[in-house]
Design a protein around this ligand. Sequence first.
Ligand code: BEZ
Ligand code: FE
Length: 284
Amino acid sequence: MPDTHVTYTDANLTEAVLGRIRPDANPRTAEIMASLLKHAHAFVRDVKLTPEEWELGIRYLSAMGPFVTDKRNEWILLSDITGVTMLVDALAHASQDNVTETTVLGPFHRENPPVLKNGDNISPDIPGELLEVRALIADAAGKPLAGAQVDVWHADKDGGYDSQIGDGNTHMMRGRFVTRADGVVHFWTVNPSCYPVPHDGPAGQVLAAMGRGPMRPAHIHFWVKAPGHRDLITHIFADGDKYLYEDAVFGVKASLVVDFEAKKKAGLSDHLELDYTFRLPKQA
Ligand code: BEZ
Ligand code: FE
């Protein structure tokens, strides 16, 4: 219904804007837009946004453009550093007993990683401390899932992903595996390091403005796909990393932190080892 105001004021503007959402709009779209508009107006009132600050905000949003390319999406990074990505994740995947927790995908996954065999090294010729990984992929009851596809990727000992180092096109420290009959994926690699999220663009400006750092604790990414089960996108974090408690993207969950050095420290191995059981829920 058209509103009857001629002059819009602080007192009637929000109501007028909400009233312009047409009754025949898609109900979910109408719900999302109404809430977004209410919160945006409340924010402007809350901080008493000045015209100069509004202009600065518009300039900030406009500066995102050059940082949205096929290699980088600054909007996703902004969502990550503001905790929005992990909030959406938390609402979609409430912690469930017996199921591995999820975390951010991040920007460094590649569509077609090298397809490797169990026992292969995903980081031949890459300097670093040797790390052996055994990942058991199972259902929520612990039954091994044979034939599951597992993409793994991580940074090198200096915190660089393959797309950030060298020519940027060579695949390193990543691979696609298929689980054996016993549900296990086994590979060798080098121990990854903590690293900064890209902070030379608008997202970095926000971090700096809040006095926050860009670092993420060392981790290995896993994306598991098994027929009949929900995809699992997660990381395993290295215990002891000094950034575990200040991850720039709030992605750490205690259940995903593993001591890669445990066996070496106990004299049971001469290299780092990661053993982890990933449990996937059934497809809804
Ligand atoms: C990553 O873990 O690769 C990542 C996640 C979020 C933002 C930047 C990097
Ligand atoms: Fe990462």
